[in-house]
Design a protein around this ligand. Structure first.
Ligand code: 6PG
Length: 478
């Protein structure tokens, strides 16, 4: 019997996805450019299910029943294009090529277009959950055509994570929709991690708590509204002891955060869409700053901080911990509101018709940002599918109303203590900007008209206006 699905690219993610498929009873053909990985997979895990090893792509294609379903799990960019180029001449009309890597959604749009002209289906699919998720059930965000999903859906939903019996996999929308949503997932992941890092940093510096004590704080937080995978593993990392010399592990890790690019793509795409994603942008910038060794070395211990740290003594430990919890939760709500806003905008721009509530559903399990509060997002879109912003939903509005005084105290304390909190403060500024009845954008429009005759609109009349700034300052309407 021929295989039902194939995986090419057997590094950790591809290997675990192939094992997940096999463990779920699917007949899987596997291939890797260097044969060693294929052999290792069969030798170590061959007993887990029905695998067919293929030495090259023609053999992989030959091993499959039609319409063929081939998952590509190689590096984003050129390596993915190289595999596609080699595969395409081997395929027949109706076959389905799935890119399950972290591709840029614009690449996915281009590839889908090119393959559909040849009668082939191309499905760009987000897969989240790291190694563990790929093996035991990831969150899956497939794009591509409805027809392709009709035949792929039963397989993908079966191997995905499940929450309350519901699969963490739905058809996101056509062409690049799946990869766009995966990219946003990663942008939110960046924002979430930055906010967690700021909470840790503030508590550590302001209250002089040890990493082990802080692990306890995060463990406690993980029993409430903040319950999530990232909070849980934060407690784990903070309680870890350095296996080499003892002492807190977090203190021996070089403080330069790396990135593979999806967070940066999210922010770049949001800039193009005109959507403020300040939470994610600050997270990307904070990673860049952490890695800017030259300037950090020039400034550390040289640039002066706040002159007095006397206020530290006045801070009530438990009250401040509770304030930081509120700041973290409120800032997190803002990051998600911004993220969903970007998905909405892209969905409108590209005609994807993405169901925003369903996105919250597929992120409840399997993925890195899985969290209890995604249920709240789902409920918000159930209440109102046309919700203009998550922040105006009743639940979110009340949650922030509840925590905003604490949030403001934390941002103020961070500024006074000289502890950087770009995520907390950018989120608060977005919140205040959003709720303002008048913004100073009016002044910016005035300036633009003065120096460049860029015109302005009036609050009390239709049309476009310009003032004769260098003349008699009369107003003309155009
Ligand atoms: C996931 C993750 C994953 C991502 C890593 C690393 O959903 O499983 O988002 O796709 O590659 O989190 O990302 P950075 O190296 O950019 O931090």
């Amino acid at each position: 019997e021929k295989a039902e699905i194939a995986v090419t690219g057997l590094a950790v993610m591809g290997r675990n996805l192939a094992r997940n498929l096999a463990r779920n009873g699917f007949r899987v053909a596997v291939h890797n450019r260097s044969q060693g990985r294929t052999d290792a997979l069969i030798e170590e895990f061959g007993h887990e299910g029905d695998f067919t090893a293929a030495a090259d792509l023609p053999a992989l294609v030959e091993a499959l029943e039609t319409p063929r379903k081939i998952i590509i799990m190689v590096k984003a960019g050129e390596p993915t294009d190289a595999v596609i180029d080699e595969l395409v001449p081997l395929l027949d009309k109706g076959d389905i090529v799935i890119d399950a890597g972290n591709a840029h959604f614009l690449d996915t749009r281009r590839r889908e277009q090119a393959l559909s002209e040849k009668g082939l289906n191309f499905v760009g699919s987000g897969v989240s959950g790291g190694e563990e998720g790929a093996l035991n059930g990831p969150s899956i965000m497939p794009g591509g055509s409805k027809e392709a999903y009709d035949s792929l859906g039963p397989i993908l939903t079966k191997i995905s994570a499940h929450v309350n019996g519901e699969p963490c996999c739905v058809h996101v929308g056509p062409d690049g929709a799946g990869h766009f949503v995966k990219m946003l997932h990663n942008g939110i992941e960046y924002a979430d991690m930055q906010l967690i890092a700021e909470a840790y940093d503030l508590l550590r510096h302001v209250l002089d708590l040890s990493p082990a004590e802080l692990a306890g704080v995060f463990r406690e937080w993980n029993t409430g509204d903040l319950e999530s995978f990232l909070i849980e593993i934060t407690a784990d990392v903070l309680s870890q002891v350095d296996p080499t010399h003892g002492g807190p592990f977090v203190d021996v890790v070089l403080d330069q955060a790396e990135q593979k690019g999806t967070g940066r793509w999210t922010v770049q795409s949001a800039l193009d869409l005109g959507i403020p994603v300040s939470g994610m942008a600050e997270a990307v910038f904070a990673r860049s700053l952490s890695g800017d060794v030259v300037r950090r070395e020039a400034a550390a211990g040289v640039l002066p901080g706040p002159s007095s740290s006397s206020e530290k003594a006045d801070i009530d430990r438990d009250a401040f911990i509770e304030d930081v919890r509120h700041a973290l939760y409120s800032s997190k709500l803002v990051a998600y509101a911004q993220g969903f806003d970007a998905i909405r905008a892209a969905s409108e721009q590209y005609d994807w018709n993405v169901d925003l509530g369903a996105m919250a559903t597929i992120w409840r399990g399997g993925c890195i940002i899985r969290a209890r509060f995604l249920d709240r997002i789902k409920e918000a879109y159930d209440r109102n599918p046309q919700l203009p912003s998550l922040l105006v939903d009743e639940y979110f509005k009340d949650a922030i109303a509840n925590g905003q005084d604490a949030w403001r105290r934390v941002v103020a304390t961070a500024a006074t203590a000289g502890v950087p909190a770009p995520g907390f403060s950018a989120a608060l500024s977005y919140y205040d900007g959003l709720r303002a009845e008048r913004l100073p954008a009016a002044l910016i429009q005035g300036l633009r008209d003065l120096f460049g005759a860029h015109t302005y609109k009036r609050v009390d009349a239709e049309g476009t206006f310009h003032l004769e700034w260098s003349g008699d300052r009369s107003e003309t309407k155009s």
